[in-house]
Write a protein that binds this ligand. Sequence first.
Ligand SMILES: *[C@@H]1O[C@H](CO)[C@@H](O)[C@H](O)[C@H]1NC(C)=O
Ligand SMILES: *[C@@H]1O[C@H](CO)[C@@H](O)[C@H](O)[C@H]1NC(C)=O
Length: 391
Amino acid sequence: MHSFVSVGLLAAAGHHDSSQVPKDFPWTFWPECYSNENTTEPYCVFTSQNFASGRGIFIVDTATNAYQFLQKPAFADPNALRRVNQYSNPSFEQREFPGKGRGLVANKTLHRGDQIFASTPLIIANTDVYDLVDSERLALSHRGVEQLPSTSQTLFWSLLDHFKGDPVDDRINTNAFEVYLLGGQVKHVVLPEIAMLNHDCRPNAAYFFDEDTLSHYVHATQTIYPGEEITITYINNERAREKRVANLKMNWGFECSCSSCSAHPELVSQSDDRIQQMRDIASALDDWTPTSTATPEAAELLISLYEQERLYASLGVAYKHAAETYASFGDKWNAMKFARLSAEYEVLDKGFGDVDVGAMRKMAEDPEMTWSWKKRVGFERRGVGACGHVH
Ligand SMILES: *[C@@H]1O[C@H](CO)[C@@H](O)[C@H](O)[C@H]1NC(C)=O
Ligand SMILES: *[C@@H]1O[C@H](CO)[C@@H](O)[C@H](O)[C@H]1NC(C)=O
C-alpha cells in the first residue's frame, strides 16, 4: 500500500530510472515518491544539483509545491543569488571557545545593516511529511542527502546531532529552522552555515528567510568590533530568564550561559521586572479603546527598556509602537522619525518583503495616510499604571 508511486505531474514521460531524466526536466534525478491513505498528494524528493551555482538543494514536498518553488526567482532568475553563498573573503573567522564549541568572530568592524552572510538551504521539507510512515519519510531524506553534490553532502554531515537515532533525521531535526513559505505553509529548512553562529539572549546580529531568493540572510544589528563574537538568538528573548533557559534546553539541548542567563539573582530579577514592564506597556500601546493608557511617554519608556535590556536586535518593535503612538496623537514628525527607525531595524529581523516593514516605510513618508493617524486625538491621556485617573 505504501509503495513507490509515480506522480501525475511527472508521470507523463513514463520514466522511473533516476539515472535517465528527460531533457529539460528541472530536477537532476527522477523523484522518489510515497503516499498512503492519509496523504492527499504523494510526497517526493526533488533534487537539483545545479541550484545556486552547484551548491544544490533537495525539496521533500508534493509535486505541486515543488513546482511552485521552481517559479521563485531563486530558481528562475540567474541574478537573484548574486549576494548569496559568498564565502571567499568573509568578515569573520571561526574560533573554538572553551566549553562552548566553535563560533564566529568578526575580523573587521561591522556596522548595523552590514550583511554578515547569506545562504541557500540544502533542504526544504514539508512538515506534513510525517503523514508518511517513518521508513518512507526517512527514505526520502536519505535519498536527498545522497543526491546532493559532494561538497554539500560534506557540509550536511558536519552538522551536529543531539538527539541520537537515525543520523540523517537527527541532523535535520537538530538544525532545521521553521519558515513560512508558499502562502503560509510551515517548512523546515536546513542551513549549515547558520549553525556556526552561537546563541546569545542579547545578540548582535539578526536573520530572516527571504522567500524570493529562498535564502537566509544574517545582518549586524549593531556595531560589532574585530574580536567580538557574532551571535544570533535562537528564541524569543522578550521573556523571563526561566522561560528562556527552559526553551533553549528543550529545543536546542544546551544550558543557556549568556550573561543575562548567568547573572546574579538580584540582577536577573531586575531584568525580569523590566521585561514584565515591557510586556505591560506594549499591551497598553496595543489597546485602541478610549480607555487606553497609551501615551507617547509610555512608548518612549518602552524604547528605553529595550535599550536597558540590550535588546538592540529587537528595537524595531519598540520603534514601531512609538511611531504608531505618536501618529495616534497627531504628532507627525515623531511618527516619521520612529517609523524610519523601525523600518531600518525590522528589515534586518523580518526581511525585505515583510508587511510591518512596508507599513513603517509608508508611515515614514506620510503618517497622515496611515490607519493610526489621530486615532487617539480626543482621548483623555491616562498614562500606564494610572488606573484610569486623569492626569
Ligand atoms: C493514517 O492516520 C491514522 C489516524 O492518525 C493512523 O491510525 C494510520 O496509521 C495512518 N496510516 C498510515 C499509513 O500512516
Ligand atoms: C577574516 O577571516 C577570513 C577567514 O575566515 C579571511 O578570509 C579574511 O581575509 C579575513 N579578513 C580580514 C579583514 O582579516
